[in-house]
Design a binder for this molecule. Structure first.
Ligand code: ADP
Ligand code: MG
Length: 400
């Protein structure tokens, strides 16, 4: 029975964890996200994700990363236990995907959780079993180096949350989405996805984003993409943009997913969406091109600490960001062939962005924002297409 006598008390740890889980763990796909991010941070070269029944019955992630000692494994279950930052200043220069130390304890508080882990230099590993937040077992385990986390019966002790989960198929779709995002973010890491015992993806460590795209989507789709040009000298030290965008002059308007990564981290930001919309030729209504956009900038120029799970990031210099995106997309589409064009359009870009800034970050109300002089597609735009890929030619330079 809840005591409402008006006295203030600190919540017991298991209650705090469960509340944090409400923020961090929304559905099986969020578990996949957190575990895969931990595997990436652990330096894994291969990550295997398995789910059963849309992840509601089981999410498991196995990696060959650094693994943990027994002490570290136990510590990882504590709230705000992380190996990734030491001090508040570190948040300014974060280069790992996690740093809050919340995911493991949160997930373990709302599932039947098992962690099996071994350092590469250790003779044996450790298994830890947690049942809905209660530590039930710590033992030594014979296991390969790396870490295996298994999460069963998500929300077994939170019926209200479980009710909000959707059908197996829907949850499975979300898991595939998260899996794809991370596979794109890290072409150098091998990824596999097993769904109800069936291997849906096996992505070999690729030498480039182009190869990863090919493995995920196949040649037809990759044919419709144009690489973004290498950044100009002016951008070398500031915002650097690379990746692929869909050719605009396809007969069929397509709506495709857009993937944006900021310093390797899947991200969204209103300023990015706006810059992309502005730079892409407006035709046949509002076509959303397939986009794989990789933005690199000094870590202290971006704030990734906006929300525990949302991908939204903030930039210090939205003008430089927009300029870089515009230049890359227009360059890829052959819309800015000469240096003078570049200069003129850059001026327009800055003006536009300046106006945008006075409107705050609201980029949804386009009527407030004067469009920059939209460069017209030339009748026969030069369309540098992705070099043809044959399974035996995997040596193309990484566009990143
Ligand atoms: N797959 C893994 N391999 C090695 N270490 C891990 C792994 N997963 C978690 N850890 C360790 O446990 C800590 C806590 O993980 P987590 O709760 O996700 O917090 P965070 O990722 O924010 O640090 C990590 O900082 C890391 O040291
Ligand atoms: Mg983490």
């Amino acid at each position: 029975m809840a005591a409402r006598d008006g006295h203030v008390h600190v919540l017991p740890l298991h209650v705090a964890n469960k509340i944090a889980a409400g923020e961090v763990v929304e559905r099986p796909a969020s578990v996949v996200k957190e575990l895969v991010e931990n595997s990436v941070d652990a330096g894994a070269t291969n990550i295997k994700v398995s789910i059963a029944q849309g992840g509601r019955k089981l999410v498991s992630v196995r990696d060959d990363g650094c693994g943990m000692t027994k002490d570290d494994a136990l510590l990882s279950l504590e709230r705000q236990a992380t190996s990734k930052i030491l001090d508040v200043d570190d948040i300014e220069n974060i280069d790992t995907l996690g740093f809050r130390g919340e995911a493991i304890p949160s997930i373990a508080s709302v599932s039947r959780f098992s962690l099996v882990t071994r350092r590469h230099d250790a003779d044996e590993g450790t298994q830890i079993v947690v049942n809905a937040g209660e530590l039930v077992e710590t033992s030594t385990a014979g296991c390969p180096p790396g870490t295996l986390v298994e999460v069963r019966d998500l929300f077994c002790n939170v019926p209200a949350r479980r009710k909000f989960l959707r059908s197996f198929a829907t949850e499975e779709g979300r898991v595939k989405g998260i899996f794809t995002v991370h596979a794109l973010a890290h072409p150098g890491i091998g990824f596999s996805l097993v769904v109800d015992g069936r291997e849906l993806y096996r992505l070999a460590p690729a030498t480039s984003l182009a190869d990863r795209l090919l493995d995920i989507y196949g040649a037809d789709f990759v044919e419709s993409l144009i690489p973004l040009p290498p950044p100009s000298d002016a951008q070398r030290n500031a915002v650097r943009v690379s990746g692929y965008i869909e050719k605009p002059n396809l007969s069929m308007p397509t709506r495709r997913d857009q993937y944006v990564f900021v310093n390797g981290r899947p991200a969204t930001a209103p300023s990015i969406a706006y810059a992309v919309r502005e730079a892409y030729p407006h035709r046949q209504g509002d076509i959303k091109p397939a986009l794989f956009l990789f933005i690199e900038l000094p870590a202290n120029q971006v704030d990734v600490n906006v929300h525990p799970t949302k991908r939204e990031v903030r930039f210090r210099d939205n003008i430089a960001l927009k300029r870089a995106i515009t230049e890359a997309i227009e360059g890829a589409l052959g819309l800015r062939p000469t240096a003078s064009n570049v200069a003129a359009s850059e001026m327009a870009t800055s003006e536009t962005t300046g106006t945008n800034r006075t409107n705050g970050t609201d980029d949804t109300d386009e009527t407030k924002i004067p469009h920059s002089p939209t460069p017209q597609l030339s009748p026969t735009p030069p369309t540098p297409s992705l070099p043809h890929h044959h399974s035996n030619s995997r040596t193309r330079a990484d566009p990143n």
